[in-house]
Each structure stands twice: as structure tokens, then as C-alpha cells.
Design a protein around this ligand. Structure first.
Ligand code: ATP
Ligand code: ATP
Ligand code: MG
Ligand code: MG
Length: 237
């Protein structure tokens, strides 16, 4: 073990251990994916290849740490990994958890890119990278609300984006016109605009777009009504 007079600088490092007996959620989110998705010409509003790439990357993270992870949930450019309350992964060190899960996700995303985008090589000037944070939740009831929050967010964003892009792509509106038309509308109004103006029944949209993706500890990827199944999903935890 090297020992030098410089060793004392280690004392400046802070301890970052997360409180015991709390659920840890690690959420990663793509950096500037609005631009990234434009550069690689993702289909709007939902590029299925990109979502499947997110899912495959997250699945590898779940399988690697399946003893610590309860489940993972993803939509758009984000994924949440929910850890068990008594997990001792990386000694519960916040920096280690956030950075290692974030970089493991990113390396998987890059490694798997060609499989989902075989005709679109990654450009070194436009590489994907993800931020990552840890949040502690003190009980299961709040963890369930956390997951429900991300699920509802998926629905709200997807409904908005679906109508928004239909108004542009099918009805020929400019983004400004589409935004104005949707301003102040309720969920039911949006579904009606989609049906009457664009001939689309929102219920028939792909489940992955409407419901996001949930990955179980076994590595199954599901697109389910999270709120309906919320108690079942956390049974035993
Ligand atoms: P930040 O760096 O702050 O996260 P961001 O540009 O990544 O900025 P987000 O709020 O994370 O902003 O939104 C991600 C954006 O990435 C979406 O708004 C959408 O434009 C794009 N995006 C992500 N996934 C897909 C997908 N599967 N298909 C099409 N577009 C996508
Ligand atoms: P931790 O996950 O705690 O960081 P670690 O195994 O990465 O554990 P480090 O203290 O970071 O431990 O040390 C990195 C180790 O990786 C070195 O001890 C050495 O064995 C190996 N290593 C790193 N870079 C090289 C290299 N260029 N050539 C040969 N071995 C290397
Ligand atoms: Mg982002
Ligand atoms: Mg995002």
C-alpha cells in the first residue's frame, strides 16, 4: 500500500453512504436526447428501435444486479432502477451507485447500438451519454407512488407527443400551430382531436408507447398497466 506525504488529501473526500433501511431509486436520463434523436433521425414521436435499445441496455443492468434490483421502468430516454430496501450494493455508496449504474447502462447502449440501428453508425461527435442520480424513499407506499409517477408521466407525454406529431405530419400544421391547438386541452380533448382530426384511436397505439416498459428481476420486459398492478409488483418487498 503506497504511503506518501500526499496521502492526507484523501481526508477531503466526503462519505456518501445512503441511509440504511430505505429503498434506493437510481434514475438515468439521456443527455440532450432531443438533439441526439434529431441527429440520428429517430422516428417521431416514438422510435421503436430506440426504445428497444433502451430496454435491452436496462435489461442487462437488471440481470447483472438482479439480487439487488426489484424492478426497472423506462420511457423515452430514461430508466429507473428500484433497489431493495436492504440492498448493500457498493456498500450503499451514492456516488458509486449513480456512476457505476450510469456507466454500465451507457456502455451497454453503445455496445448494442448496431443491433438496433444497423444502418446508422455512431458518430464520435454525437455519442450517447446519461446522467444518473440516486433518490432514497423511506417506505414502500412512496416507492409505489414513485413508479406510478413515472408511469403517468409516460402516458401524459405520449398522448401529447402523439397528437402533436400527428397534427404536424398528417394535418400539415406547423409546430407552433399544433402547440397552440393543444394548449390548455385535457387528456380527453387530446384523444378526441386525435380521433376526429387524424383518424387515430389512441387505444390502438402500441402498448410500449402508451405504457412504457417494465423489467422484472427475471429480465422479462412488460408493457402493462403499472397502477393496476402496483401492489402485485412489489409483493414480498
Ligand atoms: P436533458 O439533457 O436535460 O435530459 P433532453 O433533450 O434529453 O435534455 P428530455 O426531457 O430528457 O430532454 O427528453 C428526451 C427527448 O429525447 C424527448 O423529448 C424526445 O425528443 C427524444 N427521444 C427520446 N427517446 C425517443 C424515442 N424513442 N423516439 C423519439 N424521440 C425520442
Ligand atoms: P474498485 O472497483 O474498487 O475500483 P479496482 O480493481 O478497479 O477496484 P483500483 O484501485 O481502481 O481497483 O485499481 C485498478 C487496478 O486495475 C490496478 O490495481 C491494476 O491491477 C489494474 N490496472 C489498471 N490499469 C492497468 C493497466 N494499464 N495495466 C495493467 N493493470 C491495470
Ligand atoms: Mg434527457
Ligand atoms: Mg428524459
Amino acid at each position: 500500500m503506497a504511503n506518501s506525504r500526499f496521502e492526507y488529501v484523501r481526508q477531503f473526500e466526503t462519505h456518501d453512504k445512503l441511509l440504511s433501511d430505505c429503498y434506493i431509486v437510481i434514475r438515468i436520463d439521456g443527455k440532450k436526447f432531443h438533439e441526439f434523436s434529431k441527429y440520428y433521425e429517430f422516428r417521431k414521436p416514438n422510435d421503436e428501435r430506440a426504445l428497444k435499445l433502451m430496454n435491452a441496455s436496462a435489461k442487462n443492468v437488471v440481470l447483472k444486479y438482479k439480487n439487488d434490483i426489484i424492478l426497472a421502468f423506462g420511457e423515452s430516454d430514461e430508466y429507473s432502477f428500484i433497489l431493495k430496501r436492504d440492498s448493500t450494493l457498493f456498500n450503499r455508496r451514492k456516488d458509486k451507485l449513480a456512476t457505476l449504474i450510469g456507466s454500465l447502462f451507457t456502455t451497454n447502449y453503445v455496445f448494442l447500438w448496431d443491433k438496433f440501428f444497423p444502418d446508422t453508425p455512431l458518430n464520435v461527435k454525437h455519442l450517447p451519454y446519461f446522467d444518473s442520480r440516486c433518490v432514497l424513499y423511506p417506505n414502500l407506499s412512496i416507492v409505489k407512488d414513485y413508479l406510478s409517477w413515472r408511469y403517468v408521466d409516460t402516458h401524459i407525454n405520449n398522448l401529447y407527443n402523439t397528437v402533436f406529431w400527428q397534427l404536424i405530419q398528417v394535418c400539415g400544421m406547423t409546430p407552433q400551430e399544433a402547440e397552440k391547438k393543444l394548449c390548455g386541452t385535457l387528456s380527453s380533448d387530446k384523444q378526441e382531436i386525435l380521433f376526429k382530426d387524424c383518424g387515430i384511436n389512441y387505444n390502438n397505439e402500441p402498448e410500449m408507447f402508451k405504457k412504457g416498459s417494465l423489467i422484472t428481476r427475471k429480465g422479462e420486459i412488460l408493457h402493462i398497466d403499472v397502477i393496476k398492478k402496483i401492489d402485485e409488483l412489489f409483493e414480498g418487498f
